[in-house]
Design a protein around this ligand. Structure first.
Ligand code: HEM
Length: 147
């Protein structure tokens, strides 16, 4: 069960990276190109927002199932891998996903199409940097894997 969830969580990173990039291209193109905010744009951002929240739920489930919450009290004595998952990965990813959620909902509330694109571009842009930096890529951590 845990292994299955871990594989799913790991594989979903690629779909999420793709969706975030597509959303950012749509938002910056719409913002700087003064484009209308179309239903298809909203749908693209909705998918990005949804899959990030699915990933967040999977991550939280893994976090408690693998017992990382018990490690928080002696965080400074943990080896790098355990510290990364118990603290850094979890907290930064929550902040990242919250930024995507705020951006999506604030964009829907904006009255002008340009503001909708701009809000997505800014909030998703900052969220993207945080999420990309906190994915355990093998070129950043010797213990990380591609799948
Ligand atoms: C939203 C973006 C997120 C992405 C793209 C992401 C990506 C990943 C990746 C690629 C792995 C490595 C999987 C493997 O080694 O097979 C991983 C592991 C993990 N993630 Fe996330 N994650 C995200 C959010 C979260 C959140 C919010 C939490 C917790 C609150 C979390 C908790 C975990 C845990 C517990 C592991 C397993 C660590 C282990 O192998 O012991 N993740 N994540």
């Amino acid at each position: 069960m845990i292994q299955g969830l871990l594989h799913l969580h790991s594989a979903l990173r690629y779909l999420i990276v793709l969706l975030m990039i597509v959303s950012l291209i749509v938002a910056f193109y719409g913002w700087f190109g003064n484009k209308n905010f179309l239903k298809s744009h909203k749908k693209t951002h909705l998918f990005t927002h949804m899959f990030l929240n699915v990933q967040l739920i999977l991550g939280l489930a893994l976090y408690f199932m693998k017992g990382y919450h018990h490690m928080i009290s002696n965080i400074s004595q943990l080896p790098e891998l355990a510290r990364f998952y118990a603290m850094e990965h979890m907290s930064a990813m929550i902040i990242g996903v919250v930024l995507f959620n705020i951006g999506y909902h604030r964009a829907l509330k904006a009255t002008r199409d340009k503001s909708k694109h701009m809000r997505i571009a800014i909030f998703f842009g900052i969220g993207f940097i945080i999420v990309m930096a906190m994915i355990p890529w093998p070129f950043m951590h010797s213990w990380a894997t591609w799948f």
